[in-house]
Ligand binder design. Structure first.
Ligand code: MCF
Ligand code: FE
Length: 404
């Protein structure tokens, strides 16, 4: 048992001062230091620098580690040219991405206070890195493929990867999970099989959804930039699912949908009625020309996430949060900053089925410490100064152990 003291603690009731947290691998108590010292007289005390805020560990719900080698290879600006460049360079990029590079990616996330992340795994190549990384990893095995003739083979390969991640679950902080790539790239037969499995085994589930204008045009009209792409690579010229069919397939299982930048208000409201959530990736959406998710009118929870280096310039969560501040430039600054912090804590934990994301008794002792450069004049601006002034966390704890 240890006791940590900080000038401010981000609790479900808001920022509190004059408090401390007693913890082992989970949080035991949140109270004044005097009360905690009386209750745990032998617990060592951890002090933090002035103007430090104790947050629950931050959660990045959507990242593709296998694409970490990309710097100047993939084409940014518009979705379809990007996707073409992924198809052209995928082998080289994935080949160039070794474990060292993926450790580096995990470490960048750790230094920016990310204690848990959702790894979207296309090939299972990051499994060893995720097993060894100190962070909690929800390992989303990706199911992708539109050719019905190949369905059995693709599903078999997916099951093998899923089982490999299950085998690591006991010796690491990995949770096995499923990612259905998207409505345009996965055959309905495969979608049904994966959904049945996720429901039976209560596995976290995620899917890219309505990311680009081209995706919408293809799903609705079978036209636009996706048409020549599908004709060329898949010898098919009609979409496999409509938007409605795809969305309705998930009705009875809460799913974490990524992007949704091109979803209508009606579709977003429908997703809200079914208990779903959204991974919102501001820089990825900007770099792939996908538009802005109107977070101000969402009725469902969202988490801010980095996506992979395939559509970003860093995996630093503070960079992402600052970008969100710029993208949603019409929002009130302090309100938005508070929403963004909630998105990478409580909402991220809910989306990934983690018992984390809150400084509350019984939750995992995952902490991110942020030290502000000066004394905050107004306490209501703590979230804002956190986002604007921080490049890296001043301390990171996972399961009660210090890593930064
Ligand atoms: O989230 C971004 C953009 N949307 C879709 N896919 C990916 C993203 N970053 C990497 N990807 C991967 C995806 O997992 O790129 C491949 C898939 O393996 C695209 S193939 C349709
Ligand atoms: Fe993605």
């Amino acid at each position: 048992m240890q006791i940590i003291v900080a000038d401010f603690i981000y609790t479900p009731e808001g920022f509190v001062s004059g408090h401390a947290v007693a913890f082992g691998s989970t949080i035991e108590a949140v109270d004044t230091l005097a009360v905690l010292q009386a209750r745990y007289p032998n617990a060592p005390r951890i002090t933090t620098p002035p103007n430090t805020i104790l947050y629950p560990g931050f959660i990045n719900t959507h990242v593709h580690l296998e694409f970490s080698a990309n710097k100047t290879t993939l084409k940014y600006g518009e979705f379809m040219p990007w996707l073409d460049s992924v198809i052209t360079h995928r082998e080289d990029l994935v080949g160039a991405c070794d474990n060292r590079m993926m450790y580096q990616a995990c470490n960048t996330m750790l230094e920016s206070g990310i204690t848990s992340f959702g790894a979207i795994s296309s090939f299972g190549l990051e499994l060893e890195v995720c097993q060894k990384s100190p962070q909690r990893v929800v390992f989303f095995n990706e199911l992708i493929g539109s050719n019905a003739m190949m369905a059995d083979m693709l599903y078999g390969d997916f099951l093998e990867r899923l089982n490999a991640s299950k085998a690591k679950a006991h010796s690491s902080r990995i949770t096995p999970a499923i990612a259905i790539h998207s409505p345009y790239a996965v055959h309905p037969i495969l979608i049904q099989k994966a959904l049945t499995l996720a429901k039976q085994q209560h596995l976290p589930l995620s899917a890219h959804l309505l990311e680009s204008p081209a995706e919408r045009e293809w799903l609705e009209e079978g036209a636009g930039a996706f048409k020549p792409f599908f004709e060329q690579y898949f010898k098919s010229s009609i979409p496999m699912s409509s938007v409605e069919e795809f969305i309705h397939a998930f009705d009875t299982y809460p799913t974490h949908f990524t992007h949704c930048t091109q979803a209508t208000q009606r579709e977003l409201d429908y997703l809200a009625t079914k208990g779903h959530s959204i991974a919102h990736c501001p820089r990825s959406n900007r770099y792939l020309g996908c538009g802005r998710l109107a977070i101000e009118s969402l009725k469902l929870p969202f988490s801010v996430a980095t996506d992979g280096l395939s559509s970003n310039d860093s995996l630093n969560l503070f960079d992402e949060l600052r970008s969100a501040m710029m993208l949603h430039h019409q929002e009130d600054m302090t309100t938005l900053a508070n929403q963004l912090i909630e998105s990478v804590t409580r909402h991220g934990a809910d989306a990934l089925h983690l018992n984390a994301g809150e400084i509350a008794v019984g939750k995992e002792a995952d902490f991110t410490l942020v030290t502000l450069p000066d004394t905050p004049e107004r306490p209501e601006e703590l979230a804002l100064w956190t986002i604007l002034h921080t490049q890296s966390a001043s301390g990171v704890y996972i399961a009660g152990e210090q890593y930064v």
